[in-house]
Design a protein around this ligand. Structure first.
Ligand code: FES
Length: 106
């Protein structure tokens, strides 16, 4: 899928992204963190998106299968930091491949 939408709650910001032209910035290209940053949605990212702080986690409300699969390092980090690792992803590591709705913790 080339074009899809990503919604960030609770801000209710929905953006259209082109998965064939991933947004660059901190974190992996095309990651939730990059898309959020490009659209003025704030997600904490103390380690600047290199995947070591574990604090950029977001809850995936829909479209978990539309994100790149988590690597072992991310899963270990989520186990340490996220409230429910099965429903959360590190925004800097989760690359958008299709429609996603996520919630940024306050
Ligand atoms: S910004 Fe630190 S793990 Fe994602």
């Amino acid at each position: 899928m080339a074009r899809c939408t990503v919604t960030f709650r609770p801000a209710n910001v929905t953006v259209e992204v082109d998965t064939e032209k991933p947004v660059e910035g901190v974190g992996l290209a095309g990651s939730l963190l990059n898309i959020a940053s490009a659209n003025r949605v704030e997600i904490d990212h103390p380690c600047e998106g290199v995947g070591t702080c574990g604090l950029c986690y977001v809850e995936i409300e829909a479209g978990l299968a539309n994100l790149s699969p988590p690597l072992d390092d991310e899963l270990e980090m989520l186990d340490q930091t996220a409230p429910n690792p099965a429903r959360f992803r590190l925004a800097c590591q989760a690359v958008v491949l299709g429609d996603v709705v996520c919630r940024v913790p306050s």
